[in-house]
Design a protein around this ligand. Sequence first.
Ligand SMILES: CC(=O)[C@@H](O)[C@H](O)C[C@H](N)C(=O)O
Ligand SMILES: O=CC(=O)COP(=O)(O)O
Length: 264
Amino acid sequence: MTSGIDARLERIGTDGSYVIVPMDHGITMGAVQGLKDIESTIDGVTSGGADAVLTQKGIAPRVHENKNGKGYIVHLNGSTTIGPDENDKRVTGTVEEAIRVGADAVSFHINVGSDHEPDQLTQLSDVTETAERFGMPVLAMAYARGPGVDPEDPEALGHAVRLAEELGADVVKTGYSGDAESFQHVVESTRLPVVIAGGSKGTDRDTIEMVRGVMDAGGAGVSMGRSIFQHEDPEAIAHAVAGVVHHDLSTDEALAEAGLALEA
Ligand SMILES: CC(=O)[C@@H](O)[C@H](O)C[C@H](N)C(=O)O
Ligand SMILES: O=CC(=O)COP(=O)(O)O
């Protein structure tokens, strides 16, 4: 029998793979490029092929009419780049609030290796317990971040994704280790679907090659923000990313199919 969590996972992905566009950066960085007119960005990325968008709860009224029937995830913690410690994500919402504003899933960020890891472990554990009671999937954003921690170290990333599974998440997002071979260790560290963050925006080729590497390593897609929502054509780059994640296209095929320059 299909559980509520399984049914809702299908709303934020396609057959177990995921093109999620997080746009929760308004708390972290402010209304950066792509987030001022968030309505048109949401319309563009979901028209292009994103399975779901992700925001903080207060943005929900700006999401639903523009997401073209795609999935919606509400993020439940945050911090700012101008505050005393960006790794100190504080709780900003609850599973119940996310359900009330129309979410299909919730997400929660933990910085494994930071001074705040102990609190964040307990908080993620509380979120998965509540979400499970309501049949809501949990996307854990499990980063390797903290003093002396290399955020691209495959061992640290593998530890972070495993920890997310141990705490009851359904999908885990982490950083990319830089190549498919090393990322395979990360993917094999857990039975959860593993998706990657994009980080700050690079060239189109950098972005799509990174996505290709994740899929070659056995990953399940992306939760990619700035590389998509800060693109001059969010619909086209979302289309290219979905081409790799959902249609197994090569980097060149995905760029060409999306109408993007091969050398950009
Ligand atoms: C700004 C960053 O470094 C991102 O990786 C964020 O930590 C990710 C998250 N979506 C956020 O803005 O909090
Ligand atoms: O919620 C944030 C992410 O999932 C990743 O954002 P990025 O801009 O791709 O690093």
